[in-house]
Design a protein. Sequence first.
Length: 94
Amino acid sequence: MRPREFDQDDVFRIAFDQFWRKGVRGTSLSDIAREAGVQRGCLYNAYGSKESLFLVAYERYADEYLTSLEKALGSGTLRERLTAFFNLTIKNFR
């Protein structure tokens, strides 16, 4: 198997940003490929479909968010943990 010819982190960030702003229906692999500077075919070869790329990007986003939540809730007083939780959640949804 050949190594990926693009930075997956960049593609996931770009894809999730576009899915967030335009929705899954409003986003195309061509849009993501253009912004990432890769060929659309590379994305099809790597992920199979726009929906598959969405699921991978969302899973990565969810993992990062949950890791951040665990860290925010991991120590401190109840008040500090709740403040950290709400700050993180508000930042995340902005």
